[in-house]
Design a binder for this molecule. Structure first.
Ligand code: 5GP
Length: 246
């Protein structure tokens, strides 16, 4: 085999191994690390007739996902349909995931939420070396959930879950952003007409340094703060906001 043939062979091999990610549709620019206030999320699920049990254990910020995204469009999603969720790949961190990345919908396997997030977002995030396995993706979620301990951040500003006391949304957002040193998306839901804090999105570059991702992203690109069964919108500033306690 001459040098040219070796070169061609190498090129073919290289393009084959990376072919999953050279598809333009699967490219992405930054990551959105999204956490959910499980108590509010649970109330909304019940409102939407999906069963969630209101337990004290839901007074916490659970991980929703790490979502690859683009400036000019959301996603990509489902980048590799052949890369199905495999529970055994995360066996050693499952108990930690149950606490920090809980599936709060009743009567579904506890792995359901992880399966959804891996196949929809994880298979796209996997183009990054630091997230290129299920174990790395879910471990990163745990690491970020510890790093961005929102309960502690808010508590530092006197913002604690409460059944009675509403908070000023500006103060909530200011407190989160003072910590992240970047503009974040803060999402709310309405339950019986009352605004409740439910979601915080912190955006990061591929080195996991925070970057701005404020409400203008959600408005400009439409879908960041919306998903089918829970209706999340950029929190309004002019109404009292509940950080609900169960
Ligand atoms: P996304 O598709 O944007 O990553 O996430 C939205 C989906 O997550 C929605 O279908 C919503 O129902 C689902 N979701 C949010 N919280 C939970 C949960 O605790 N368990 C499960 N199984 N799905 C959840």
């Amino acid at each position: 085999m001459n040098l040219l043939q070796v070169g061609i062979l190498l090129l073919v091999a290289l393009s084959y191994t990376s072919s999953k990610y050279i598809d333009k549709d699967n490219e992405w620019e930054y990551l959105v690390f999204t956490q959910t206030w499980s108590a509010a999320s649970c109330m909304e699920f019940n409102h939407e007739h999906r069963s969630c049990t209101l337990e004290k254990d839901l007074n916490k910020w659970g991980i929703h996902g790490i979502w690859p995204n683009n400036e000019d469009k959301t996603g990509p999603f489902f980048c590799d349909h052949s890369w199905k969720f495999n529970e055994s790949a995360i066996a050693d961190i499952e108990s930690e995931l149950d606490k920090r990345w809980p599936n709060i919908i009743n009567d579904t396997p506890h792995t359901n939420f992880w399966k959804h997030e891996w196949e929809k977002h994880g298979t796209c995030a996997a183009s990054l070396e630091t997230l290129n396995s299920e174990h790395k993706y879910f471990s990163k979620g745990i690491e970020l959930n510890k790093m961005w301990d929102l309960a502690k951040v808010l508590e530092g500003a006197g913002i604690v879950p409460s059944k009675e006391t509403p908070y000023d949304m500006r103060n909530i957002k200011k407190t989160i952003e003072a910590k992240s040193q970047s503009a974040s998306n803060v999402g709310c839901i309405k339950v019986d007409g009352v605004q409740m804090l439910v979601q915080v999105e912190i955006c990061m570059n591929k080195q996991f340094e925070t970057i701005d991702c404020d409400d203008s992203h959600a408005n400009k690109h439409g879908k960041l703060l919306w998903f089918p069964n829970i209706k999340v919108y950029p929190c309004g500033y002019d109404e009292p906001t509940y950080y609900v306690l169960i």
